[in-house]
Design a protein around this ligand. Sequence first.
Ligand code: FES
Length: 346
Amino acid sequence: MPPAFYRAEEVLETEIERVFLPGWLCLGRASDIPEPGDYIALEILDEPLILVRDREGCVRVLSNVCRHRGSRLAIGAGRTKRFLCPYHAWAYGLDGALLRAPLVEEQPWFDRAECALPSFPVTEWMGWIFVNLDGTAPDMAPQLAGLDPFVRNYHPEEMRSIGQAAETWDVNWKCLAENFMEGYHLTQVHRKTLHPMTPTKLCEKTANGAAFTTYKAHYDPKFSGRGEAHPDMTAEERRLSMMVWIYPGFVAAISPNSAVYMALTPTGPESVETRWGVIGRQEIFAGGEAEARLAFAEAFNAEDKARLIDMQKGLASRFATGGPLAPADYEGTIWDFYGYLAERLL
Ligand code: FES
């Protein structure tokens, strides 16, 4: 694709309208809010949101904007019974219903039901929570039916958080997603980290669909393996990391007993917020390996970040141009992604 695809403000505006607002966007893990009342305030695409588990145990995503005069309600994360506006003390339940509006609620014209917090469609896939901001996204589960068989036996929904962080990288969001999801660079960029485990030459392009693409990063025969895995897993699955991209901005490397994921949202044409994390099976914690898994992810993320920031500068050159992609096993996921975008942007 031409460099403007990765730099132009107009392209980003179109992507936000046609890809991000109508899409399913990952907000984190269901286990981040395990108990009723647990909440996390966060912002994606400049939209203040509250991710909360309600009294019945259901995950909800509410607008974090008071219906009185627009103050933000929740900050940070915690556990609560209600959300109290810090400005004039309107109070909302965990389902967004308005509970109190001092001095206003007794007015005869006041309709409490009209002042509930807007809530957004939310769904869960393998332990990750996704939200749709404009309410138009078709159900997610049928769109991922072709993906599930590749991931099911890894049981990521049973994994617990080892560590997570939110960072802004000065690169276009597509550069980061494409990088996460192509194996062509593994041997060159990650010579001492990922290459000994998943060298480029063993990458294998697998299924794609309207909402996702995948590839298998097979383990080098000399690599000993990643230890204990779920008993459902086949011998082949124990010897590869499943690379998954749920469009537009969720990417994950799902390994036999841990996974690294990134939830990406653009913060500008040449900047992206990545809310990323590492999760692991119980055996990882019991065996004292959790810290090492997190450090490993930090190491290869740093390698990618340096490469991508450099590439973003290169894309600003007058002489930068698009080039041919490598064969499907190495960069076929990018080709799939272009098809997805073409359908929505053009
Ligand atoms: Fe929230 Fe006034 S802005 S109560």
